[in-house]
Design a protein. Structure first.
Length: 402
């Protein structure tokens, strides 16, 4: 379907936020399939084959045909093939994240949401101070919020509970003051404090989806923008579309799908960056956190402070005579979330030094070592656990392609 036809379709429907659809329809020049072998992986799947794979993954699912239709639609609109590899990657991720539920219920979510709120109120930050002051001035506001959180069964229930809190408390004047004090806008300030950061059938990163919207609009987001994007992600079609882009819509350079699944959980290129950190750590002789973050971030912004990885690279350059100065290193590390990072002087010279030192290539990718934290989790999990679980489902799916 052409972008022009999509635009005309968007003008005639109020069902989905068309900005995200149009963004997905743009050809992604950086999206390139991972290397695959001939045969099964390259096979183009029909709707019937896709429906069968979904039914085998979830035998009791009532609308496997609808899920299959939306998966194939998301691949088509994203400019990706209906290959067994792509279809099974989506089937495996949806199955792991939600068991094919557009807005999945989470056991004990209300209880954990209340615990998170109480922990927040015990904090020392501005957000905690604002909430404590608000609740002290009108205890009924706190009571209503607690009632909504206690009754919450899905992520959207938590979302709506905080939307109602905002609607009850924010005046036009207070929004103007927040806009003035925080620059990024009141809506984005409050959104950055939202406990629910991944949502929908594929547990899509809300930050990633909102960034698409922000770039398209070319301005800070208002409450209605944020709510529209979030509501779209809670739909079956919206969650699959955004999840398809997040999982498959970029060139990775990986030869194993498990690293793409790890990226889905930890952020694009986290697996490549974790392998680079491992090489830096071995050259430097000091341990590093192999989390895939080469810089320190404050929200979405890069901190001026040097990460341990950045410090180690500068030490290596000075000790081994690499032609890299701190300014060059910082400039190159800012590309850590792009495929082009592998062409920077910092990457190529550090990897070249590793080869010369040890007589072998370092791994291009490794699963980052990250412990997962979320109001939705009641036990400690890791990115490695997630990536390997999805990879197991992916392999089972491929074995069923007929």
């Amino acid at each position: 379907m052409s972008v022009g036809r999509l635009a005309r379709t968007c003008l005639n429907t109020l069902i989905v936020p068309c900005l995200l659809v149009l963004l997905a329809a743009r050809p992604a020049s950086s999206a390139e399939p991972d290397p695959v072998s001939a045969g099964t992986l390259a096979q183009v799947l029909s709707h019937g084959q896709t429906r069968r794979l979904i039914s085998l993954a979830q035998p009791r699912l009532k609308d496997a045909a609808g899920w299959a239709e939306d998966i194939l639609w998301a691949l088509e609109i994203s400019g990706l093939s209906r290959s067994a590899e792509n279809v099974c990657a989506l089937v495996a991720t949806i199955d792991q994240e939600s068991n094919f539920k557009a807005n999945p219920p989470v056991e004990g979510l209300g209880r954990r949401a209340i615990a998170a709120l109480k922990a927040k109120l015990d904090g020392t930050g501005l957000h905690a101070l604002v909430l404590r002051t608000l609740f002290a001035a009108d205890p009924s506001i706190k009571r209503r919020l607690l009632d909504r959180l206690r009754a919450a069964r899905t992520e959207r229930d938590i979302d709506v509970a905080y939307r109602k809190l905002i609607a009850e408390t924010l005046t036009v004047q207070s929004i103007i003051e927040l806009d003035r004090d925080y620059g990024l806008g009141a809506a984005e300030f409050l959104e950055s404090r939202n406990e629910i950061t991944t949502i929908g059938s594929m547990q899509v990163s809300v930050v990633s989806a909102l960034e698409f919207e922000r770039r398209y609009l070319g301005r800070p987001l208002y409450f209605e923008d944020i709510y529209r994007v979030r509501d779209f992600l809670y739909t079956r079609r919206g969650g699959i579309l955004a999840g398809t882009r997040q999982l498959l819509g970029y060139r990775s350079g990986y030869t194993e799908k498990v690293h793409r699944f790890a990226d889905y959980n930890a952020g694009r290129y986290s697996s490549r960056n974790a392998a680079f950190q491992w090489a830096v750590s071995r050259l430097d002789g000091r341990d590093l956190d192999l989390d895939g973050d080469l810089l320190i971030y404050r929200g979405q912004d890069v901190s001026a402070a040097k990460s341990r990885t950045e410090q180690a690279i500068i030490r290596i350059a000075e000790a081994r005579g690499l032609p890299l100065n701190p300014r060059q290193v910082r400039q190159d590390l800012r590309m850590e979330k792009d495929f082009g990072f592998t062409a920077t002087p910092t990457y190529t010279r550090v990897i070249g030094l590793f080869k010369n030192t040890y007589g072998e290539d370092p791994p291009f990718a490794r699963i980052p070592e990250i412990r997962l934290q979320s109001v939705k989790l009641d036990r400690p999990l890791t990115t490695a656990w997630f990536a390997r679980r999805v990879d197991g489902r992916y392999r089972r799916c491929l074995s069923r392609v007929g």
